[in-house]
Design a protein. Structure first.
Lengths: 444, 434
C-alpha cells in the first residue's frame, strides 16, 4: 500500500476504511428530532426572502411549517411542485449564497434556518417511500425530445410527462443524470443518489431515456426536430478550457471534471490514483470539488491557485472554508505560467497577478511549487450548438427558453440566462416545459 | 443585596418562592431536595382523610401544549391528591420541618365537607409543627366528582363553612386555595374571608382537554382509549391567574386579604409581577416539573438583581404597587395617542408585522420593494400587534404622541387632558359635562 508521501501520482494512498469514511455524506441527514428543532426556527416570513432567492421559487416557509406540524410528506410535495430535483438540490445547492443567505435569521443572528438540510429531510422521506407523488394528465398525443439527461432535461421531461406529453430523453453518456451523475463531488451525492433520483423521477411514466446518443454523432437535430412536436436542449457544457501554457499536455495534467467523473463512477476508490502534490487551477465549485476530493483520496498537499482575489472566486465562502477545513491551501492572485517535469508533471510555475486598470496582468514575480498532478478547472464550454444562435458562447434563449429556431427550446448550463447551477437548470427546464406545453396547446 | 425574606401571615421564609401543592411536594425525599436547592417553602401535596389512600391511574397523567422547540407552555394533569398513607405523610412532614425550621411548610388538605372529617385531621396536622394549612378547594378532576376540591370551591357557602371549621379547630394560618373554574373569583375569595381565612391562594388548575389523540379519537392523556378532562397549569395560565389575583386585590370586599400567587410562575419576573399585583409570595409547580428544583436559583438571583436595580430593599417595597393602576376599561384615557415605530437598524425584514397588520389589522405598515417596513401614521391605531409578532424584541415600539402634535390618523391635535369613555360624546350613557 502507498501513503500520502508516495511520490508521483499513485493509487491506494489511504486504507479502504479511511476512504469510505472520507467519502461518506458531507452532512449527515437530519434526524426527525433535529429536523423538528431546525424547523421551529423558521419565522414564516411574509413574502419570504428565501423564496425570492430560490431560482425554483420553492415555498420554503410553507414546507418548513409542514415539517414542524408533522407532515413532512406534504413538505416534500411543496418542494417537488416547484423543483422535481429537490432531493439533489438539497445536497448540492449553494444555499449559503441563495435561500440561507436571504434568511432573515442570517441577518438577525448570523445563523440561518437550515433550509437545505430541512429540504433533504423532507425529500428523502418521501423518496424513500418509493412512491411517486404525481399523476400524469390525460395523454395529449404530443411527443417531445429532450436532449441531455442532466438537471435541466430531467426537470423539463418530468413536467412535460406530468402534463400528458410523451417524452424521449437522449443522452450521450452511458447513464442519465448529467452533472448530478458525473460532475458533483462524491460526498454530496452518496449511495448512488443521482441514479436513484432519475429512477424515481421517471417513475411518473411517459419518459423514455436513450443513452449513448450524442448530437452530431448518432443523433441528428434535424431528424428529432421533424420526428417530435418539440425539442428541448439541455446538453450542458461539454468542453473544458485549456490552460494555454507550456506543459499543458504533460502527464499528470488533466481536467478537473474528468477526475470528478472517474471518482463518481469508480467502484473502488483505492484504485484511483492521485498525486502527492496536487494543484487545481480555477476558482469555481468544480475546483473546490476536485481539490477536496484529492485531499480525501490521500494527497499530501493540495493547492487551489486562483488568478483573482478571494472575493472574485465563484465558489462560495462556505465552499472555500470547507476546502480549507480539509487542509486545502487556497492561493489567490496567482496564475500558472508553465508546468515543468521530465515526462510527467513535477512542478508548476505560478506568477502573482494584479489588476492594471481592469486587466489582470502578471507582476513578474514567479515561484514554483511541487505538482505531480494539475487539474484544469477554469471553466467549461459549449461543444454542441446545433446550429442555434449563440450569445456569449451559449445558446441564446428568451425568458421562456425559446431558441432561435421554432420548436426548439433550451435551458441549463448550455443556454443563456441564470447562473450555472443545478437549481437554475431545474428552473429553466421546468419553465421551458410550461412554454412547450402552452405552445403545443396553441396557447403561446 | 435585596432581602428576599418573606413574612406571609407571620410565616417566615428566606425567599418568596414556595413549591405549590403538587407532585414535587408529595414526599420527604422531594421536599428535602427542594429545600437543599433553595426553595423558601413548600405546600405539601394534599392529604386526605385517614383510611385507605386514594388511587391514581396507572397510565399517563400529564399532557402538554408545546411551544417552539418543545418548550412547555401549558401542562395538564389528571393526578389526584396524595396516594400515600396519611400517617406516613404526617411523620415525614414533622421530620422535615424539624430539620428545616427556617423554611415554610404548609399542609394542603382535602377531606369531605363534614365537620367531623376536618375535626379529625386538623389536630394531626397541628402536631406536625407545620406552619399552616392550605384548603384544596380547587382540584378540578377526580376529587371534584366526589364532592371535594373544586366542587367545594364553586360554592361560596361551603368555602365559608369549611374555612370556619378550620379556624375553629386549628391554631395556625389557614390559606384557602381557589379554583379558577368559576365565573367571578371575587365571590369565593369573599366567602373565604368571611369564614376567617388568613389568606387565599390562586389559581388552582383550569379544566382542560390538552389535546385529542387523532388515532384513538380520545382525549390526551389516554388511558385505555379513554380520557378525562384534567387541570391546566404552566406559563399559559399566568394571564388568567394574574387577572383573578388583581380582581381580588382591587375588590373593596377583599382588598387587603393576603394572597399567595400561583399560575405559570417560571422566572423571577413572573414572581415580581404577581407581587406587584398584591401577592405576598408565590407558589411554583410547572417550572420545577419542567426544569427541576435548580430553577429557583435563577428566580432568586433575578428577583434580587431587579430589586437592587429598583432600590427595593424588601418584598414589601413593591408589593401591590401595580394595583392602583388596574382600572376598568371605561377609565382608560382616550386622549392618550401612540404610534408604532420600527427601528430600521434592528429590523430583520421578516415582514411579519406587515402580514399581521395588512391581513388582520389596520393596513398601517408599508412594505417597499427592497423589504423596508415602515409605519403609516395615517392608519396606525397603535394596536400593538406588530410589536408582539415581531421576532426581535424592542425592534418595534409604541411611541406616545406629545400633546400639541397632530395625530395623522384623525387630523386632531393631541391634547393633554385626560378623558375617558364615561364622558365621551359617543357614549349614550355619558354624563354631560357641567
Amino acid at each position: 500500500m502507498n501513503s500520502q508521501f508516495t511520490p508521483g501520482v499513485a493509487p491506494e494512498r489511504l486504507s479502504p476504511e479511511d476512504l469510505s469514511k472520507n467519502f461518506g455524506d458531507l452532512h449527515a441527514p437530519l434526524t426527525p428530532h433535529e429536523a423538528a428543532v431546525a424547523a421551529d426556527r423558521c419565522y414564516f416570513c411574509h413574502d419570504a426572502p428565501c423564496i425570492t432567492a430560490c431560482p425554483t421559487d420553492i415555498d420554503i416557509p410553507l414546507f418548513i411549517r409542514q415539517i414542524s406540524t408533522g407532515t413532512p410528506q406534504a413538505a416534500a410535495k411543496t418542494i417537488f411542485d416547484q423543483n422535481i430535483l429537490g432531493g439533489m438540490c438539497a445536497r448540492v445547492c449553494p444555499t449559503e449564497d441563495l435561500c440561507e443567505q436571504a434568511c432573515v435569521r442570517e441577518l438577525a443572528e448570523g445563523k440561518p434556518v437550515e433550509i437545505g438540510r430541512l429540504q433533504r429531510f423532507a425529500t428523502d422521506g418521501l423518496m424513500e417511500n418509493d412512491s411517486h407523488p404525481y399523476d400524469r394528465a390525460t395523454p395529449t398525443g404530443k411527443t417531445v425530445a429532450v436532449v441531455g439527461a442532466g438537471p435541466a432535461g430531467l426537470s423539463c421531461a418530468h413536467r412535460l410527462a406530468m402534463l400528458g406529453h410523451d417524452v424521449t430523453i437522449y443522452d450521450a453518456r452511458a447513464k442519465a443524470g448529467g452533472l448530478n451523475e458525473y460532475g458533483i463531488a462524491a460526498y454530496k451525492s452518496t449511495d448512488d443518489f443521482a441514479a436513484r433520483e432519475v429512477a424515481w423521477l421517471t417513475s411518473i411514466g411517459g419518459i423514455t431515456i436513450e443513452v449513448g446518443k450524442a448530437v452530431g454523432d448518432n443523433l441528428s437535430i434535424d431528424t428529432i426536430a421533424s420526428d417530435f412536436d418539440a425539442v428541448f436542449f439541455g446538453v450542458g457544457l461539454g468542453g473544458v478550457n485549456a490552460l494555454g501554457i507550456a506543459g499543458d499536455d504533460t502527464d499528470g495534467v488533466s481536467d478537473a471534471v474528468s477526475f470528478i467523473e472517474d471518482l463518481r463512477q469508480t467502484t473502488d476508490l483505492t484504485a484511483l490514483p492521485v498525486g502527492r502534490n496536487v494543484v487545481v487551477i480555477g476558482g469555481g465549485m468544480t475546483a473546490v470539488d476536485a481539490a477536496v476530493q484529492s485531499k480525501l483520496l490521500g494527497a499530501e498537499q493540495v493547492t487551489i491557485a486562483y488568478r483573482r482575489g478571494r472575493e472574485a472566486m465563484s465558489a462560495s465562502r462556505f465552499e472555500q472554508d470547507l476546502a480549507a477545513s480539509f487542509g486545502v491551501k487556497l492561493m489567490f492572485n496567482v496564475k500558472p505560467n508553465a508546468i515543468h517535469g521530465n515526462g510527467a508533471a513535477a512542478e508548476i510555475e505560478l506568477e502573482y497577478t494584479k489588476l492594471s486598470d481592469t486587466k489582470l496582468v502578471g507582476t513578474g514575480e514567479t515561484f514554483r511549487i511541487p505538482a505531480d498532478q494539475v487539474f484544469r478547472a477554469i471553466g467549461q464550454t459549449l461543444t454542441m450548438d446545433g446550429g442555434l444562435k449563440l450569445e456569449g458562447g451559449k445558446i441564446a434563449v428568451d425568458d421562456a427558453g425559446r431558441t432561435s429556431r421554432a420548436g426548439i427550446w433550451a435551458g441549463g448550463d448550455c443556454a443563456t440566462g441564470g447562473d450555472d447551477l443545478t437549481v437554475t437548470a431545474v428552473a429553466e427546464g421546468r419553465d421551458a416545459a410550461m412554454n412547450i406545453n402552452a405552445t403545443l396547446a396553441g396557447d403561446a | 443585596m435585596a432581602d428576599l425574606t418573606t413574612d406571609f401571615l407571620g410565616i417566615k421564609s428566606p425567599n418568596p418562592f414556595w413549591l405549590a401543592s403538587a407532585p414535587p411536594t408529595d414526599k420527604e425525599y422531594n421536599v428535602r431536595r427542594a429545600f437543599e436547592a433553595g426553595w423558601g417553602g413548600v405546600v405539601w401535596k394534599t392529604l386526605g382523610s385517614e383510611g385507605p389512600p386514594i388511587v391514581n391511574v396507572n397510565g399517563p397523567r400529564y399532557g402538554v401544549v408545546h411551544g417552539a422547540d418543545r418548550r412547555v407552555l401549558g401542562l395538564n394533569n389528571i393526578e389526584l391528591i396524595t396516594d400515600r398513607d396519611l400517617f406516613q405523610n404526617l411523620d415525614e412532614i414533622k421530620r422535615v420541618k424539624a430539620d428545616y425550621p427556617d423554611r415554610a411548610i404548609i399542609v394542603s388538605l382535602m377531606v369531605p365537607c363534614e365537620e367531623e372529617a376536618w375535626k379529625a385531621i386538623l389536630p394531626l396536622v397541628e402536631d406536625t409543627g407545620a406552619d399552616g394549612i392550605e384548603l384544596n378547594f380547587g382540584c378540578p378532576h377526580g376529587m371534584a366528582e366526589r364532592g371535594m376540591g373544586s366542587a367545594v370551591g364553586q360554592v361560596p357557602e361551603y368555602i365559608e363553612m369549611v374555612t370556619r371549621w378550620c379556624k375553629q379547630y386549628y391554631s395556625k394560618p389557614v390559606i384557602v386555595k381557589l379554583t379558577p373554574n368559576i365565573t367571578d373569583i371575587r365571590q369565593p375569595a369573599a366567602a373565604a374571608k368571611r369564614g376567617g381565612a388568613d389568606a387565599v391562594s390562586l389559581i388552582n388548575t383550569i379544566n382542560s382537554i390538552i389535546s385529542v389523540d387523532l388515532d384513538q379519537m380520545s382525549p390526551v392523556p389516554t388511558i385505555g382509549g379513554k380520557g378525562s378532562h384534567g387541570g391546566y397549569c404552566g406559563p399559559a395560565v399566568k394571564p388568567i391567574a394574574m387577572n383573578m389575583v388583581a380582581e381580588i386585590a382591587r375588590s373593596p370586599e377583599t382588598a387587603g386579604l393576603p394572597i399567595s400567587g400561583i399560575g405559570g410562575i417560571t422566572t423571577w419576573r413572573d414572581c415580581a409581577e404577581y407581587i406587584a399585583l398584591g401577592c405576598g409570595n408565590v407558589q411554583v409547580c410547572t417550572a420545577a416539573m419542567t426544569y427541576g428544583f435548580k430553577v429557583v436559583e435563577e428566580m432568586i438571583s433575578g428577583l434580587s438583581q431587579w430589586m437592587d436595580e429598583k432600590g427595593h430593599t424588601s418584598i414589601q417595597d413593591f408589593m401591590g404597587s401595580a394595583i392602583p393602576n388596574i382600572v376598568d376599561w371605561q377609565h382608560l384615557d382616550l386622549n392618550y395617542i401612540a404610534k408604532a415605530s420600527i427601528n430600521q437598524d434592528d429590523c430583520i425584514s421578516c415582514g411579519r408585522c406587515y402580514a399581521a397588520c395588512e391581513d388582520t389589522s389596520h393596513q398601517a405598515i408599508a412594505m417597499s420593494p427592497d423589504r423596508k417596513f415602515s409605519v403609516i401614521d395615517e392608519e396606525c391605531v397603535a394596536c400593538n400587534l406588530c410589536v408582539e409578532v415581531c421576532p426581535v424584541e424592542n425592534c418595534i415600539t409604541m411611541v406616545e404622541l406629545e400633546p400639541g402634535t397632530v395625530d395623522a390618523r384623525t387630523g386632531k391635535v393631541v391634547v393633554n387632558d385626560y378623558a375617558n369613555w364615561t364622558t365621551h360624546p359617543n357614549n349614550p350613557s355619558a354624563t354631560a359635562a357641567e
